[in-house]
Write a protein that binds this ligand. Structure first.
Ligand code: ACO
Length: 431
């Protein structure tokens, strides 16, 4: 393979194939292989799509070697410091940060659409109390399309803006209601007097017998946590949203698929797995050395949850922010918090261990966020729901970008077939 200004030349089976080359805004070169099969009959093989760009996108930039994350050009550190979650959601979805008026108008609009249809609130009662909140969340998000079917009718693009607002607002309500269901308590409706994050905490924790007022420190922490999760380019759940959307499925159905993809413990389920791992270490009295040895053992499936990342080969910038946030939120309690102390020791020892050094395994976003959620009174089964709430604007932005993409095609990877070539059915009485 040769790459020069004219493109790439692939020499294969005595044939020279010319392929286009794309250069992105950060000097990464990509070879456009979309015509390769048509020209040669040859496929490319890339399990896990680790080397494949599936689209052109201007939403999020990740440099895994340098530990950089940007949304629409802004550093994650800048956004966490200077914006709230609604502003960042606006940025991802509408491409620019809002001014004051736009910000207030958006907040009002989100409040206006925050209620669920009464018939939908009845669904929650149908789930067993022990149901995993992600199973309820994904089903409820998909069910929204039954109540708001405009996107499946004529001119769906006329309704896209409203659908986006509904989804952003109602998914927060659904998330809080899944928690109320899990504790066997009536749902608490959103209130016009609260901001986006205040409203979520209000719906989670208010009670007829104990009035709850959102604590400004927790509201700030929640805003920052949601911003940290808001987008991460073509990760597993975002790719699921794009793939399902590429069949022309509606936004609700596509985001529901994103929720399902996020649920797994190799992805958004890792924050729950981290807390359970830390609690296990505490309860079973395991030493940090024993846990690290277990994670390194090839004959053991156990992995250090919250460590490693497909893209980051250095410290995940989100983990850095989350670690600091964790210490801030816990305040004076940080020094004696057993889970935080285990996490800090685990990180320190893992980062000095040759296995983790050679494989570039660093803490990822999930390593510290669970401790913060736990401290805020959010149970571990809800952690992935919290991740989903944060990732929602990113999913929406990618769905919208795909919709406008002039190169959009239904997602349909090929395969390397390893089955039998051909055989004939033997009649059932002769088998
Ligand atoms: N603990 C121990 N070993 C690990 C870990 C870990 N957390 N992560 C990766 N490794 C090892 C693998 O065993 C593998 O070793 P090998 O080359 O000897 O076979 C090597 O590192 C590479 O791992 P892969 O799974 O091939 O890397 P991949 O890029 O496919 O996976 C992933 C990345 C899924 C995040 C992985 O690091 C992992 O499972 N981590 C734990 C789960 C987790 O924290 N997930 C959250 C990710 S962040 C997010 O989704 C928001």
């Amino acid at each position: 393979m040769e790459i020069n200004k004219e493109g790439a030349t692939l020499k294969i089976n005595n044939q020279e194939i010319k392929l286009d080359v794309l250069h992105d805004n950060v000097d990464i070169t990509s070879i456009d292989i979309s015509t390769l099969r048509a020209k040669t009959g040859i496929l490319t093989y890339d399990p896990g799509f680790a080397n494949t760009g599936s689209c052109q996108s201007s939403i999020c930039f990740v440099d895994g070697e340098k530990g950089i994350l940007r949304y629409r050009g802004y550093d994650i550190e800048d956004l966490v410091e200077n914006c709230d979650f609604v502003e960042v959601a606006y940025l991802l979805i509408k491409e620019e940060l809002p001014n004051k008026e736009q910000r207030l108008a958006y907040q009002d609009l989100l409040n206006k659409h925050s209620m669920l249809h009464t018939d939908m609130t009845l669904f929650f009662r149908g789930y067993p109390q022990r149901a995993h909140p992600m199973s309820i969340l994904s089903a409820m998000v998909s069910s929204l399309s039954a109540f708001y079917p405009e996107l499946d009718g004529d001119n769906p693009e006329d309704h896209l803006d409203l659908t986006v607002t509904r989804l952003l607002s109602k998914m927060r309500t659904i998330a809080a209601f899944t928690y109320r269901q899990s504790i066997g308590q009536d749902v608490v409706n959103p209130s016009y007097k609260y901001s986006y994050c205040e409203n979520f905490l209000h719906m989670m924790f208010d009670s007829p017998v104990k009035n709850y007022t959102p604590d400004p420190k927790q509201v700030e922490a929640l805003n920052k946590l949601l911003i940290l999760h808001a987008d991460h380019e073509q990760n597993c759940s975002t790719s699921a949203v794009r793939l399902v959307g590429s069949s022309a499925a509606n936004l609700y159905a596509s985001v529901s698929a994103g929720c399902c993809a996020l649920w797994g413990k190799k992805h958004g389920g890792a924050n729950q797995a981290v807390l359970e791992m830390l609690e296990n270490i505490k309860e079973e009295g395991w030493s940090i050395d024993e846990i690290i040895a277990k994670a390194k053992n090839k004959n053991d499936d156990f992995r250090l949850s919250g460590f490693g990342h497909r893209v980051y080969k250095t410290y995940d910038p989100r983990a850095k922010i989350a670690r600091k946030l964790c210490e801030d939120v816990l305040g004076d309690d940080a020094i004696n918090d057993p889970l935080l102390n285990i996490a800090l020791e685990l990180e320190e020892k893992a980062l000095k261990d040759p296995y983790f050094i050679e494989k570039n395994l660093y803490p990822n976003v999930d390593f510290y966020t669970g401790i913060i959620f736990h401290y805020m009174g959010i149970p571990s089964e809800m952690f992935t729901v919290m991740f989903a709430l944060g990732r929602l604007p990113g999913w929406i932005a990618h769905y919208l970008e795909w919709n406008k993409d002039p190169y959009q095609k239904i997602g349909r990877p090929r395969q390397v077939y390893t089955g039998l070539n051909h055989r004939s059915v033997v009649p059932i009485d002769q088998r």
